[in-house]
Design a protein around this ligand. Structure first.
Ligand SMILES: NC(=O)c1ccc[n+]([C@@H]2O[C@H](COP(=O)([O-])OP(=O)(O)OC[C@H]3O[C@@H](n4cnc5c(N)ncnc54)[C@H](OP(=O)(O)O)[C@@H]3O)[C@@H](O)[C@H]2O)c1
Length: 276
C-alpha cells in the first residue's frame, strides 16, 4: 500500500468507497474490507450509511487508530448554524470520537470560502477531525480556500478516471501539498472496461481491467482512489495493485482515453469545472 503524505495527513492511496452501500450489506463489506487489509474508508452524511460503517469498523477488530476514516458534510449544512450539529451527528452515528478527514462534500451556494474554512478549522480545533479538506472544488475555489484556511487542507476528492483530464486540478493540488482522491475511479466499469487499450493492458500484465485502471491512478504522484464494491471477491482484487507497474507507454496509451471528457457526477449545483 502506498501512503499519500498530504499536509500532515497520511492517507492510504487506496480506500473503500461506500456510496450506495447501506445497512447490513454495508457493515459486512466494511468489515471484510478491513479484514483483507483496507485501512481507508470513505463515507458521507449524504450516504446515510455512517451507522453501518461504524458497525463494520467495530466488527472487524481492527484498531480504530489504524484506520483512515473520511466523512463529508453536505453543502446545505456548511453554515454557522448547521455545521457543528452536522459533524456531531456524524461522529455519533459512526460511533467514533473523531474522524481522520472531514470534507465539505460540494462547494456550498451560501457564504464564501472564509466562512467555509472557518467552520472546517473549528471542527479540527475542537478535536472532531484530525484533518480537513474539500470535495468537488475547482482550482480557483481551492486557491481561495487555501488562502482562507488557518490549517492546511489535506485533500480534494473529485471525479477522476481515464475518461477525464484532471491534469489542471492535479497540478493545483500538488502546488498546495494536497492529495487528489479519485471518486468513480473505474467509471463504474463500463464502457471503460471495454476499451481495447484497457483489455490489451489487462492481458499484457495478466491483471484484471479494474486493477489496470486503479494502478493508473496511483501512478500519478499525489493521487489515490476509493473504488466501491458490494462484491466481497472484488475487495482484494481492487486493492492488490501494489505489486506491478504500468510502463510509461502504458500510461500514455490510457491517457488518450481522456478525449471523451465525460463525467458521471455532474449536477445543476456543480461548480464551473476546470477546463480540460
Ligand atoms: N465526493 C463525491 O461527490 C463523490 C461522488 C461519487 C462517489 N464518491 C465516492 O467514491 C466512491 C466510488 O465511486 P462510485 O461508487 O461512484 O464508482 P466506482 O467505484 O468507479 O464504481 C463502482 C461500481 O463498479 C463496480 N466494481 C467495483 N469493483 C469492480 C471490479 N473489480 N470489477 C468490475 N466492476 C467493479 C461496482 O459493482 P459492485 O458493487 O456490484 O461490485 C460498482 O457498480 C463512492 O462509493 C463514494 O465513496 C464521492
Amino acid at each position: 500500500m502506498i501512503t499519500l503524505h498530504a499536509n500532515g495527513a497520511n492517507i492510504p492511496a487506496l480506500g473503500l468507497g461506500t456510496w450506495q452501500l447501506r445497512g447490513e450489506e454495508c457493515a459486512s463489506i466494511v468489515e471484510q474490507a478491513l479484514r483483507v487489509g483496507y485501512r481507508h474508508i470513505d463515507t458521507a452524511i449524504m450516504y446515510e450509511n455512517e451507522e453501518a460503517v461504524g458497525e463494520g469498523i467495530r466488527a472487524s477488530g481492527v484498531d480504530r487508530d489504524d484506520i483512515f476514516l473520511t466523512t463529508k458534510v453536505w453543502p446545505t449544512d456548511v453554515t454557522p448554524e448547521g455545521f457543528d450539529d452536522a459533524v456531531a451527528g456524524s461522529l455519533e452515528r459512526l460511533g467514533v470520537e473523531k474522524v481522520d478527514l472531514l470534507l465539505i462534500h460540494w462547494p456550498p451556494k451560501e457564504h464564501d470560502e472564509t466562512v467555509w474554512a472557518r467552520l472546517l478549522n473549528g471542527a479540527a480545533d475542537g478535536g472532531q477531525t484530525d484533518h480537513i479538506g474539500v470535495s468537488n472544488f475547482t482550482s480557483r475555489q481551492l486557491g481561495a480556500m487555501v488562502q482562507a484556511s488557518t490549517r492546511p487542507l489535506a485533500c480534494n476528492q473529485v471525479e477522476n478516471h481515464p475518461y477525464l483530464d484532471q491534469s489542471i486540478l492535479r497540478a493545483t493540488c500538488a502546488e498546495h501539498g494536497m492529495a487528489l482522491m479519485a471518486y468513480c475511479p473505474i467509471f463504474r466499469g463500463e464502457p471503460l472496461f471495454s476499451e481495447p487499450i484497457i483489455e490489451e493492458l489487462a492481458k499484457k500484465h495478466e491483471r484484471t481491467k479494474a486493477q489496470i485502471v486503479l494502478r493508473w491512478h496511483i501512478q500519478h504522484s499525489g493521487c489515490g482512489a476509493i473504488p466501491k464494491t458490494a462484491t466481497p471477491e472484488r475487495l482484494a482484487e481492487n486493492k492488490d495493485i501494489f505489486d506491478f507497474a504500468l510502463a510509461v507507454e502504458d500510461m500514455r496509451a490510457i491517457k488518450t482515453l481522456n478525449v471523451r471528457h465525460e463525467r458521471i457526477c455532474d449536477f445543476e449545483f456543480s461548480p464551473e469545472w476546470d477546463a480540460a
